[in-house]
Design a protein around this ligand. Structure first.
Ligand SMILES: Nc1ncnc2c1ncn2[C@@H]1O[C@H](COP(=O)(O)OP(=O)(O)OP(=O)(O)O)[C@@H](O)[C@H]1O
Length: 275
């Protein structure tokens, strides 16, 4: 249970049934005893994690510890690898995403993803943003115009590109391309945004812009970000999970992880002794 939930329950003295609902409402994702194998490689081991609503959750840990795998499990993208097997469950908004009748397409419209390297389509800036809405059947130009503007504003790049909407997205800087990719994710009005090292290919100024943007976006979205950058995790996240060899070693408020970690291995990692 997160602190917000505890506060709510103490303040309102809710009965037990409502308390359970509150827990469910505050958690966007509940991961329970998740195991994942690539063939014989046991890449995620008994992962239990509650991801809070309207929070930034950072996933940190050394190379190969399973950070990206965990992220890609949350939208079931990991299943594109044929050798993958999983056990356990991931509840998204109260439903197990591994259920046989769960719609992966629907999941991916609720859960957007931004990758390490900016990956705009080789199309105009406008068409990059309108792509998802068009796939969902929106054809009306006025509505598309509105979505494009709203998404670009949401990704804090409207002013920089508003006069260049018909130019190819490859013609702008890497930092701008990454914000176009964030705008593309916003255009489908997701609930959650997964970010896999979104600033690792960016210069410091673009990195700062994306970090500021993440802070703004959490007002409306729940964000899970994989990062190798300890300062970044400390700056922008509310909660931090430390992964090591496929296990969650520690998961707590970012303040606690960085100022008073409970586990020696967390302390060693964040202080740069390994990884
Ligand atoms: N497509 C794949 N096929 C087989 N094994 C994979 C695949 N992707 C990842 N793995 C393995 O799963 C484990 C976890 O990898 P993962 O990419 O999730 O780690 P990571 O913490 O994100 O690493 P990095 O920080 O280097 O990106 C590693 O042992 C890796 O070799």
């Amino acid at each position: 249970m997160n602190t917000a939930t505890i506060k709510t329950n103490i303040n309102t003295a809710q009965p037990a049934a409502e308390t359970a609902q509150q827990v469910e409402k505050d958690s966007v994702y509940s991961t329970r005893q998740l195991n994942l194998w690539y063939g014989n490689n046991h890449a995620l081991k008994n992962v239990d994690l509650e991801i809070g609503e309207n929070e930034v959750t950072a996933i940190i840990g050394p190379s190969g510890c399973g950070k990206s795998t965990y992220l890609k499990t949350l939208n079931r993208m990991v299943e594109l690898v044929p050798s993958v097997k999983t056990s356990g469950e991931i509840q998204y908004r109260g439903r197990n995403i591994f259920d046989s009748d769960y719609s992966v397409e629907e999941l991916r419209t609720r859960v957007g993803m931004v990758f390490q390297k900016p990956n705009p389509f080789p199309k105009s800036i406008y068409d990059n943003i309108a792509y998802g809405p068009r796939i969902h059947g929106i054809k009306n130009r006025k509505i598309l115009d509105e979505i494009v503007e709203k998404s670009l504003r949401g990704a804090a790049i409207w002013d920089e590109v508003k006069d260049r909407l018909n130019e190819n997205a490859y013609g702008i800087s890497g930092g701008q391309q990454q914000r176009i990719c964030i705008a593309r994710a916003l255009a489908i009005e997701p609930d959650v945004i997964l970010m896999d090292e979104p600033t690792s290919a960016l210069d410091p100024i673009s990195t700062l812009k994306v970090e500021e943007l993440v802070q703004e976006l959490k007002e409306q979205y729940s964000i899970i970000i994989v990062t190798h950058n300890m300062q970044q995790a400390a700056r922008i996240s509310d909660k931090t999970a430390f992964f090591l060899n496929g296990e969650v070693i520690e998961y707590d408020s970012t303040d606690a992880i960085f100022s008073n970690p409970a586990d020696k291995r967390t302390e060693d990692y964040i202080s740069g002794r390994f990884g």
